[in-house]
Each structure stands twice: as C-alpha cells, then as structure tokens.
Design a binder for this molecule. Sequence first.
Ligand SMILES: Nc1nc2c(ncn2[C@@H]2O[C@H](COP(=O)(O)OP(=O)(O)O)[C@@H](O)[C@H]2O)c(=O)[nH]1
Ligand SMILES: [Mg+2]
Length: 369
Amino acid sequence: MTTEEEIKKIEDEIKKTPYNKATSHHVGRLKAKLARLKEELQRRATAKSASKGEGYTVKKSGDATVVMVGFPSVGKSTLLNSLTGTTSKVAAYDFTTLDVIPGTLLYKGARIQILDLPGLISGAAAGRGRGKEVLSVVRNADLILILVDVFHTEQYYTLVKELYDAGVRLNRRPPAIIIRRASRGGITVNSTVELADELDERLIKAVLEEYKIHNAEILIRERVTLEEIIDAVIGTRKYIRALTLINKIDMIDTEQLRRLVERFSETDVITIAAATGMNIEALKERIYSELDFMRVYMKPYGASPDMETPLVVKRNSTVADICSAIHRDFVEKFRYARIWGKSVKYSGQRRGLSHVLIDGDVVSIAMRK
Ligand SMILES: Nc1nc2c(ncn2[C@@H]2O[C@H](COP(=O)(O)OP(=O)(O)O)[C@@H](O)[C@H]2O)c(=O)[nH]1
Ligand SMILES: [Mg+2]
C-alpha cells in the first residue's frame, strides 16, 4: 500500500466511525497517524523538489514576503499589477520557474515582495502537480492573501483547507504546549488547565507513541484540541497571518456585497476591485500594518546618522538583513557594525552580522577595503 492509499484508508475509517466516548480514543489515534502520514508525504515531496535543484528560496533578506493564493481567474495577476505596477519584474531572477511570479510593492519606505502563485490549486498539499513545491513558498511567507472573486467565494474554504493540510495555521498562535524529550522515564502529562473532553492522558500518550516518542514530559498550558497536540508534536507547523480578499466587487451591487461580507464576518475580509483600483490603497495600508515593520537609521562612518530616511525592515531583522538590503558588498566586506539604541548595552557597541536590531536603532557598518 502506498502512503496515499494508506491516507485514504484512514480518512475513510475516520469518516465511517461514529464519534462517541467509546470510539474517541480510536479516532484520536487514527487522526495522529493520518497527520504523520501527511507530514511524511510532504517531506518526501519537498526533498524531491530540492534534489531536482528547483530552488524556491525567494526571500531577499530585509524584505517582507506576501503571497497570494487563489484559483485561476480570480484576479491574482491583475492584483499583483495594481499593487506593484511596473516594478513587477524586478525580482524575477530570484525564481527558477514561472510557478512563482514576483512583484515589489514599495510603500512608506518598506520593500514588500508580493508573490503570485498560480500553481497552487486544490490537491497541492497531497503532493499533486507542482503545487507541493509552491506550498513551501507559502510556508515561508510573512502574510498570506487569500483571493476569491465575488462569484466563487466558496473557494475560500478549499484554499484554507489546502493551507491547513500543508501545515499552515492561519491567524493563530502556536498552542501553549511544551514537549521536553527525555532519554528515559516514560511519558508524563501535566496540564495547568482542564483537558478538553476529547482528550485524556491515555490518548495523548498514544499520539506521542505514534511519533515514536516514548520518553517525554508534556506540559499543556491552555485548553487545546487534539489537532493542536498533534501540531505541537510535529513541531513544524507555520503560524501565519492571513487576509481574505474578495475581488471584482465592481460586478455586484451594494446589497449583494453587504450579504457577502456578512457571510465572512469571522475573517479579516477586504473587498476590492483589482481591475478598477477600488480599495487598493486601503489594501496597501492594511498589508503594511499587518507586516509589523521597524525603522533603522544608518550612520555613515564619521558622519551623523540619516534620521530623515530610515530603512524600513521587518521586526527582528539582523545586521545581516540590513546589510543585504543595502548592497551585497555590505555583507561580503563586512567587518563589524557599531550600534546605538535599544538592542545594545552601551552606545556604539560593536556587533556582528547575527545581531538582532530593535526599532529606532542607529547602525554604522565598517567594511573591508
Ligand atoms: N470586473 C472585474 N474583472 C476583473 C477584476 N480583476 C480581474 N478581473 C478580470 O478577471 C480575469 C482574470 O484575471 P487574472 O488577473 O488573469 O486572474 P488570475 O488567473 O487569478 O491571475 C481577467 O479578465 C481580468 O481582467 C476586477 O476587479 N473586476
Ligand atoms: Mg494569473
């Protein structure tokens, strides 16, 4: 039996098992096994694409990355154009195939890389088509734009499921679960809150066994679901912000639009018309505020810092990120940085490339000749 067949078999079994107290343990184990098999499938697909040399490492340090996901014809290309205009082709050399189409949005001093992923269609998470490779780009995004048009808003649910199956958790924090592996002593489960009904110690142990963890201390600090426990055990889930965009609002009247938005009241929805530019400025502002930027001021050697034009970079950027945002020479010929501000113990402290900066820092780079 292939892994795909095994997954199908378990999914069928979960579907046909009535869920009650007596079966919950059995179903819980099946879910843990299912998650493990899916993870395995994905790892294999990722390894395969890596060995083919199809690099999807697209991030330019310092830049924030926003990805658009959506079915064909919802308006991804149109939106990419209206957000990034003629700068669209700028970052094209970062990509080895046309599965990812990049553009750059320059907004309030920030460089925001926006990626159109036409290859992401239903079934990608299960490893069908090229979608799998494209999903690894999504997993490294700072923000996801889920794009649907006014006629096909139900696609939203398919896309969310696709992302979920690819290990992406939208608009959530990682569950407050700590797993400490040990070399002996079996498994101990401690919880500071009452466990959810579907969970008990025996089931949690069974989940850990499924992942060949026989000795560990697991500390649960909030009310979590079985899925979240599995997520914590797998440990490679990505927790990413997402906005839902409903496009082509120029095609419906205000009453239809009101009803649509109402249906999506629980998600962060923005209604736009990419083709006419409607709400595009508001969208840019929203993207910018979601990305959580900070300002860093450069100080040329022997001169005063430029407090007029800060570098606008992602929070927690390092000295290396700043250097490569300016020019590659700054990384290659880097000697040290002198830093003034909250990230250092004293003014003008010397730090290396891996030093993490804080909003408002002043940085001076010393380079080799
Ligand atoms: N009426 C209207 N049409 C749009 C809008 N955005 C895109 N379109 C049209 O929808 C079609 C598909 O758009 P495209 O950007 O190619 O979609 P993609 O396949 O997701 O990249 C094109 O004919 C666009 O002109 C919009 O806001 N309003
Ligand atoms: Mg397109």
